[in-house]
Ligand binder design. Structure first.
Ligand code: ATP
Ligand code: MG
Length: 414
């Protein structure tokens, strides 16, 4: 038997109905906030991610599904299944000159992402993200708006008590100085760092700060190292930006804590980074990760454009929300019980046009069999016997109460 690939999952039945509900809520919350939906392709040029996500990130280093397509040698091009969607949205933003409208330009998306990771609870190889990207605003109000929208959506799906963590990485200038001092203080310990961190040391030393490896953790706990990593390093402008964000969050009554060691996995962030976590999730605790990426649009060939965004893992949201035992989406309004297939088909079609969920028997099964199916699949049965067809009325049976009554017009059915 051929089975689904490791780290992938089939979603159907009640689970699919609940997923639909989550995505519908996202659509409601984000469109009410002026975000437009954007759908970008699932595969892109590999270079988009190596440049856009960054060579030093775990994603680009170890987690990409990359393959060659096209003719052998010269014409072959390397494409990658998207591991995240910011790079793709930024590409589309540049390619279609979406900056023509006055800022902000706000987009939301939903779709599958692919990362070659070790599958475990909360970690799959094909997973789904709901995310937003907002372009054109450098003010801290945009950072606050992003967090506000994320929190509003989480509330809308019933998740009220998640922990928001924020940090500021600073800008090119102050981040650069911080990088240098981290490299300096870690230099004597370079040999003891894990292999990943040895590579990060060269390419993105800040990432060493949230390495989960025990040996690396020990080094980060050393007094002299701590003194450097917890230093207040961001410049006055970045500080002011961060203070403004905090003020907005305070005024909006959004509780948060500051996590000075949070640097996030992607290379492109500057200033604000944030995560939303739930302790109920165990070690894969983040449902949402985001931040500001003011240099990415330019790096990918657009004109300098400040931007901020976030992405949430739908599988992790799903595992956290309270799940109903059944869903109305899975029940038909009517199941038409009739041995006259054509009449049943016509009636079902007319009801469906009115957005009434209806289905019927296609096998001319016995009335009793059809009623059994109706009881499982629908709220009510419409009995369409010879008498009903001839005289033009419907017998409607409530499948919960068993009560049956005569309905004289189609409109009344609707
Ligand atoms: P993590 O630290 O859990 O690996 P990340 O920093 O790699 O997260 P992001 O790239 O910020 O994750 O993606 C945003 C969100 O997408 C995460 O907070 C998480 O909810 C979800 N996510 C990321 N990778 C996976 C995965 N392999 N399986 C399921 N969900 C994932
Ligand atoms: Mg990851």
């Amino acid at each position: 038997m051929i089975k689904a690939q490791r780290g992938t999952k089939d979603i159907f039945g009640l689970e699919a109905a609940i997923w639909q509900g989550i995505v519908q809520k996202a659509k409601n919350v984000f469109t009410s906030a002026g975000f437009e939906e954007i759908k970008t392709p699932i595969f892109e040029a590999t270079e988009l991610f190596s440049r856009g996500v960054g060579d030093s990130s775990d994603i680009v280093n170890k987690e990409m599904y990359t393959f060659s397509v096209g003719g052998a040698d010269k014409t072959a091009s390397s494409i990658t299944l998207r591991p995240e969607n910011t790079a793709g949205v930024v590409r589309a933003y540049i390619e279609h000159n979406l900056n023509r409208q006055s800022p902000p330009q706000k987009f939301w998306y939903f779709g599958p992402m692919f990362r070659y990771e070790r599958p475990q609870a909360g970690r799959q190889r094909q997973f789904h993200q709901i995310g937003v990207e907002m372009f054109g605003i450098k003010e801290a109000a945009a950072d606050a708006e992003a967090i506000l929208c994320a929190v509003s959506f989480l509330k809308a799906i019933g998740l009220n008590s998640l922990e928001v963590e924020i940090n500021s990485l600073g800008c090119k200038k102050c981040k650069g100085e911080y990088r240098s001092s981290i490299k300096e203080v870690l230099a004597p310990y370079l040999e003891k760092l894990c292999d990943d961190c040895k590579m990060r040391y060269e390419k993105n030393p800040l990432r060493i700060l949230d390495c989960k490896n025990e040996e690396c953790q020990k080094i980060l706990e050393l007094e002299e190292v701590k003194k450097v990593i917890y230093k207040d390093y961001i410049c006055d402008e970045c500080k002011e930006h961060f203070e403004e964000l905090k003020k907005y969050l305070d005024e909006l009554n959004i509780k948060y804590s500051i996590n000075k060691l949070m640097v996030r996995g992607l290379d492109y962030y500057n200033r604000t980074v944030f995560e939303i976590k739930s302790s109920a999730l165990g070690s894969q605790s983040a449902v949402c990760g985001g931040g500001r990426y003011d240099t990415l649009v330019e790096m990918l060939g657009g004109s300098p454009t400040p931007a901020v965004g976030f992405a949430m893992g739908v599988e992790r949201l799903y595992s956290l929300i309270e799940k109903p035992l059944e869903s109305d989406d899975l029940k038909l309004d009517y199941y038409i019980v009739s041995t006259n297939t054509l009449e049943a088909m016509k009636l079902a079609s007319k009801l469906r046009e009115k957005n009434v969920k209806a289905d019927y028997d296609m096998q001319k099964r016995k009335f009793s069999k059809q009623l059994e199916k109706a009881a499982k699949a629908a709220k009510k049965a419409i009995i369409l016997g010879e008498d009903e067809i001839e005289k033009g009325f419907y017998s409607v049976k409530d499948l919960k109460t068993g009560e049956q009554r005569r309905v004289n017009s189609f409109d009344e059915l609707v």
